[in-house]
Write a protein that binds this ligand. Structure first.
Ligand SMILES: Nc1ncnc2c1ncn2[C@@H]1O[C@H](COP(=O)(O)OP(=O)(O)OP(=O)(O)O)[C@@H](O)[C@H]1O
Ligand SMILES: [Mg+2]
Length: 224
């Protein structure tokens, strides 16, 4: 399936904002885009900054073609790792259901944009990681990273973990990339690019209503 698997160096790094910007930009270009997220956790908490929960944001970014319930097969209230949320809430996660839901979401679409959960080695279920899903879907990975201190290590670890499983990393994105980046942020970007030999793009600060124009600044043709 043509598309991209949006992973990140951590939870809360901007995967949903980047994935939604990609969906909105492709939709704006007339493509039929499907979004998918294997598991959404933390629905008991109010997301920061006025952003809706991931499956709602992703469904809206594709123009409302999908209902939020078609974007993800599993939702949990607790803000914890999927395998633990499943344990706490007594609903075990079945990787087969995730694969089937990804296939249903992708049906009839020109491209699939899949958002991971946390980082690549997060267990969806014990013995089935986010990385395992990306490998099964045979999609190139896009790594979303923070701009500041610590991001070099986290970015290199993520790229190494992706490559170790045979995933192709199509690109990295720093989100949000500040309007006036500090020297350390510019150095981080250049250093990650130099050490991974992968282009590091930047998504500027955006809002839920400006996602398409933000996504249009990204090198989508290079990734998808
Ligand atoms: N480009 C951006 N413009 C504006 N806000 C941003 C941007 N990137 C990230 N953020 C902020 O960072 C927060 C976390 O981003 P996001 O929800 O996309 O992270 P995530 O990696 O998808 O997290 P999770 O692991 O929970 O899925 C957002 O709620 C938003 O406040
Ligand atoms: Mg998210």
């Amino acid at each position: 399936m043509r598309g991209i698997f949006v992973t990140g160096t951590d939870t809360g790094v901007g995967k949903s904002v980047v994935a939604a910007a990609i969906c909105a930009a492709l939709t704006g270009r007339g493509e039929t885009v499907a979004a998918f997220k294997p598991v959404v956790t933390g629905l008991d908490e109010t997301p920061p900054g006025g952003w809706p929960p991931d499956h709602e944001l992703l469904a809206a970014a594709g123009g409302g073609r999908q209902a939020p319930s078609e974007v993800t097969p599993y939702t949990f209230g607790r803000p914890v790792s999927p395998h633990y949320a499943a344990q706490l809430e007594g609903e075990p996660i079945d990787p087969r259901r995730i694969r089937a839901a990804a296939g249903s979401a992708a049906r009839g679409a020109d491209a699939l944009v899949c958002e991971g959960v946390g980082g690549l080695l997060v267990p969806i279920a014990l013995g089935y990681s986010v990385r395992d899903l990306a490998v099964e879907l045979e999609m190139p990975a896009l790594v979303v990273a923070r701009s500041g201190l610590g991001t070099i290590n986290h970015s290199l670890l993520t790229v190494e973990a992706a490559r170790a499983a045979g995933l192709r990393v199509a690109g990295l994105v720093i989100s949000p990339w500040p309007e006036r980046p500090k020297p350390i942020e510019q150095s981080n970007r250049a250093t990650v690019e130099e050490l991974t030999r992968i282009r590091v793009s930047c998504l500027p600060p955006t809002t839920p209503s400006e996602l398409a124009s933000a996504g249009d600044t990204l090198p989508l043709e290079e990734w998808i």
